[in-house]
Design a protein around this ligand. Structure first.
Ligand SMILES: Nc1ncnc2c1ncn2[C@@H]1O[C@H](COP(=O)(O)OP(=O)(O)OP(=O)(O)O)[C@@H](O)[C@H]1O
Ligand SMILES: [Mg+2]
Length: 594
């Protein structure tokens, strides 16, 4: 399946990722330097070894052995220190890069508009922030530590070997070429499997996220078995892919060892002949064997780095996609900061969701709402009520026509000022973990406790808060799980009121509140906040019938916009619903909603 991030070129992804190294550049540059120091020390040791054997052991010179031995210890300690420092710097640089990448993604996601968010699943974003970043982090660390070390180790060891004996060193050259070809083949296969595995992580995360998020629904519908099955499939898929990939990778070791031992055998056999005819010393043969191990091990490292880096390619692209996603809502230069009043006007507005085909969700909407008016909106499920009000606070931009607030196009406002003036209680509202006061102050962080109490009074939330053991300091669980649906709705209304908005939009926000309290809230609005424009979406006619005017939505169009009395006289849909709700407590969709 074609993925949206496939369009991103590797070059763009690499540039974007490396652009986030920032303050960890020094560590990133020091890592290969230390690694090369380690290589140099490692290469000197076999050389010293041959000196000990030839000048010390064979010649019976104990002093030479002590001197060279001391030198060897110093070199070994230096190499060890360089290796450790290189490892530490590499880890620091990679962890720092991961931190910066996560921060960059998170910052960008905060700027996303609703349209941007529609494009990603929550699970997808979580995978990108976690697994993908870890992938890139590991690959970056390997790259820093090995991309200079391994090749330079191969080259230096090769040169040393050639200096000692060109004849024997050519064996390495052949081994390296043959082995490279083998490993290349193995690694190409493994990379394919690994890449496929990481794509499967999305499915796993989706399953985990959905299930854990909605665990109550899962239980209520006794869907545990189905969910378990789904989860099992996702994990087993990953398991199988990993096994396949690892099965391929383990081939590396035997191939590698076969090459190492063949080389050792060949060199020992040929070397022995050469020692006999005095073309080579014993010490030189020893160092040649050490270089052999070095060269082939480094080759293996190169292969591993190649796998890790190619594995992280998809991750890098997926991260880049999030960072590069342009927030759809643009703020114009020198935007208007002041919303004059609560007037709202729709002028020939059409709206379609991104990627949607067919008829627009909103079709030629023309309405004018005066400041301070109370407007009810009623209409069947999917008739675009939510879509209509979402355009007012510019959660989405109209596809055609203009939406005006306070006489000015919403696109001309600073988004922040507009959203402060237009408070929306979304249909899918959320509370966050923290005390009730913390939650209320989402609306206005500087609100005093007195203001919070006042807002709760209007939203009829005070009565249940005062009954709670810790009152306003009661802790709300994540997602508001420890308050009832109706209590949550009232807290969300209070939170919106604290913004002191010019326009308040309630999207089905009293659906879980009993009728008497619902009435009390509306009475509170008209008594306490007469200048605020109130737009109330509801399923019950009783919730809107006292409004100044009522919009009847039908299939993305406005079917009627008038007072309750006039609509009863002139609007069939409205009359049908009114009668059905009054006769048998039916709700909107039982009749007339079509
Ligand atoms: N984020 C979205 N992306 C694509 N299509 C959407 C999105 N949200 C809503 N729609 C579609 O737009 C149409 C109108 O949806 P909307 O949520 O405005 O209806 P509604 O009148 O608020 O319904 P309800 O009474 O159930 O809340 C529906 O057909 C829905 O499928
Ligand atoms: Mg809705």
């Amino acid at each position: 399946m074609e993925k949206s991030y496939d369009k991103i070129s590797l070059k763009t992804a690499a540039a974007r990722i490396l652009g986030e190294v920032k303050e960890f550049k020094t560590a990133s540059l020091l890592t290969p330097v230390f690694m090369i120091l380690e290589v140099i020390c490692e290469m000197i040791i076999p050389l010293l070894m041959s000196v000990i054997i030839d000048k010390g052991v064979s010649a019976g010179n104990l002093n030479a052995i002590y001197e060279t031995g001391l030198f060897m210890i110093i070199t070994a300690v230096c190499g060890l220190a360089a290796g450790m420092l290189g490892g530490k710097m590499g880890a620091k640089a990679a962890a720092g890069l991961a931190k910066n990448l996560r921060a960059a993604m998170f910052r960008r996601i905060q700027r996303y508009s609703f349209e941007n968010i529609d494009k990603y699943s929550t699970a997808g974003l979580v995978t990108r922030l976690t697994t993908d970043v870890t992938n890139v982090q590991n690959a970056y660390m390997m790259l820093l530590r090995m991309f200079m070390r391994a090749p330079s180790s191969i080259i230096v060891a090769m040169i040393m070997a050639f200096v000692i004996s060109p004849k024997l060193a050519s064996i390495y050259l052949i081994a390296v070429i043959v082995l490279s070809a083998f490993m290349g083949m193995i690694m190409m296969r493994a990379t394919r499997y690994f890449t496929a595995t990481f794509e499967k992580y999305d499915a796993l995360n989706e399953s985990v996220q959905e299930n854990v998020n909605a665990i109550r629904v899962v239980k209520a519908f006794v869907r545990e078995d189905y969910e378990k099955d789904k989860f099992k499939k996702a994990t087993e898929n990953i398991y199988r892919m990993f096994i396949k990939a690892e099965k391929t990778v383990v081939l590396n070791m035997p191939v590698m060892m076969a090459a190492v031992y063949s080389c050792i055998l060949l060199i020992s056999w040929l070397g022995a002949h050469m020692i006999v005819v005095e073309e080579l010393t014993t010490g030189q043969l020893m160092s040649l064997l050490a270089y052999c191990m070095n060269i082939l091990m480094s080759l293996m490292m190169v292969a591993m780095v190649v796998v890790m880096v190619s594995m992280s390619q998809a991750s890098a692209k997926r991260i880049t996609e999030v960072i590069d996603e342009e927030p759809v809502l643009k703020q114009k230069e020198n935007p208007e900061k002041n919303v004059a009043d609560g007037r709202v006007a729709f002028e020939h507005v059409d709206f379609m969701y991104a990627g949607q085909s067919g008829a627009p969700v909103l079709n030629d909407i023309n309405i004018e709402i005066k400041a301070g008016e109370t407007i009810g909106i009623i209409g069947g499920t999917g008739s675009s009520k939510s879509t209509l009000v979402n355009l007012i606070s510019r959660l989405y931009d109209a596809s055609k026509g203009a939406v005006k607030v306070g006489g000015i196009d919403v696109r001309d406002y600073e988004i922040h000022s507009l959203r402060d003036a237009v408070a929306v209680v979304l249909q899918k509202n959320e509370l966050f973990s923290g005390s009730i006061l913390d939650n209320l102050r989402w609306g206005n962080e500087n609100a005093t406790e007195e203001e919070c109490r006042k807002a709760c009074e209007i939203a009829c939330a005070d009565e249940f808060i005062s009954r709670m053991p810790d009152g306003y300091n009661t802790h709300i669980e994540q997602g508001g799980n420890n308050v009832s649906g109706g209590q949550k709705q009232r807290l969300c209304i209070a939170r919106a009121l604290l913004k002191k908005p010019k326009i308040l939009i309630l999207d089905d926000s009293t659906s879980a509140v009993d009728t008497a309290t619902d009435l009390k809230i509306r009475t509170g609005f008209s008594e306490e906040l007469p200048d605020m424009t109130k737009i109330i979406i509801a399923q019950r006619i009783s919730s809107v019938q006292s409004a100044d005017r009522i919009i009847v939505m039908d299939n993305g169009r406005i079917d009627g916009f008038d007072t309750h009395e006039n609509l009863l006289k002139n609007n069939t849909i409205y009359r049908d619903v009114y009668e059905s709700q009054n006769s048998g407590n039916g709700d909107f969709d039982e009749k007339g909603g079509e």
